[in-house]
Ligand binder design. Structure first.
Ligand SMILES: [Zn+2]
Length: 245
């Protein structure tokens, strides 16, 4: 095999970064790892650029995940659809000319994190429909994070399918765009979920399984990388050195 063809078939990494809240961390909050201070988020974006990476949405990353194109792209993904993503993350993404995907809980738009507010002892506001439209108008993308953010594997098959299929339909009717990407809440999924995601027509589905997605990875169970504010920035930078293109 020639060097040229070897290069053509070699896999590239397409890191998918996971974020939740981009804001100052409230005092005494449980699970502080869900928060990243805007200044830390900005630093991570700067490091991506320094390493030659472009921050993109999962939709924009599809040709790279499919192995049709190769370039240094890193997917920026936000789970749950918090208002602070619009307030704090969006201006920074725009400053760097990056895009991102925000996974929305279809039946909780404009509400708060009902699924874990009690556990975390904090109510975090989710974007309203108008705010989601502002997010989209700024060149950002969205995907589904199911209807109600359940532990999917604990549900009966019919409910499981409903969460995956109905959230897509609901977001499509609210936003007037095709919803092509899914995020399993808590990274909790099973084979039924993958089948339902495929039937519903999702192009990708992301998990919380820690790892680097590559060209040729199974598109309906993609691993991601967490990026909490608990770790100092040199760790983030060191990680990027393991990415290969
Ligand atoms: Zn979530």
């Amino acid at each position: 095999m020639s060097t040229y063809s070897q290069r053509r078939v070699s896999k590239i990494t397409v890191p998918i970064l996971t974020y939740h809240n981009v804001s100052e961390r409230p005092q005494g909050v449980l699970h502080p790892g869900l928060y990243l201070h805007p200044a830390q988020f900005r630093r991570q974006l700067a490091m991506l650029r320094l390493r030659g990476y472009r921050g993109v949405s999962i939709e924009q990353a599809l040709p790279y995940l499919r192995g049709e194109k190769r370039d240094k792209v890193a997917v920026i993904s936000f789970d749950d659809g918090y208002r602070d993503n619009l307030q704090h993350a969006l201006p920074l993404l725009r400053e760097f000319g990056f895009s991102a995907t925000c996974y929305l809980v279809a039946d909780r738009i404009g509400s708060y994190n009902e699924w874990d507010a009690e556990l975390l002892r904090v109510r975090k506001p989710l974007m309203t429909l108008a705010e989601i439209k502002s997010w989209l108008a700024a060149g950002m993308h969205v995907g589904s994070h199911t209807c109600t953010h359940p532990h999917l594997s604990a549900l009966a098959p019919v409910q499981k399918r409903g969460e995956i299929i109905n959230s897509k339909a609901r977001l499509e009717s609210l936003l007037g765009i095709e919803i092509r990407h899914l995020c399993y809440p808590y990274g909790d999924y099973d084979e039924d979920c993958v089948v339902a995601a495929k039937e519903a027509g999702y192009q990708t589905a992301v998990t919380t399984r820690r790892g680097l997605a590559r060209s040729g990875s199974d598109l309906l169970s993609l691993p991601r990388l967490g990026n909490s504010g608990k770790k100092p920035w040199p760790i983030f930078f060191a990680r990027t050195l393991a990415w290969s293109n």
